[in-house]
Design a protein around this ligand. Structure first.
Ligand code: FES
Length: 92
């Protein structure tokens, strides 16, 4: 997962490209393009709107990143309200 704080809004996205399921960053913890206005997938260069996760350029055009539900506390802390099932650890 990764968090985008931009223009006074916060979004939490799953770190998984809708094209082939690859992680997105092109460098550790680097999800946005140089201008800071698009999320970019390093694998094949798809670009996503940070506000709604919509792919606006590339191999998964029209698909969306998976939003991770959360609540934002008054002091800016992010608390996830759901955690993707396939990322949960199981005890053995
Ligand atoms: S895996 Fe992201 S664009 Fe192909």
């Amino acid at each position: 997962m990764f968090v985008v704080r931009r223009n006074g809004t916060v979004r939490v996205w799953r770190d998984r490209c809708p094209h082939l399921g690859s992680p997105l960053p092109w460098r550790k913890d680097t999800y946005l393009n140089r201008a800071g206005d698009r999320i970019v997938c390093a694998a094949h260069g798809a670009q996503f709107e940070p506000e709604n996760g919509l792919c606006i350029l590339g191999a998964c055009l029209g698909q969306r990143l998976e939003a991770v539900p959360f609540v934002l506390t008054s002091d800016g802390e992010i608390i996830l309200t759901e955690y993707p099932h396939d990322l949960r650890r199981t005890s053995s």
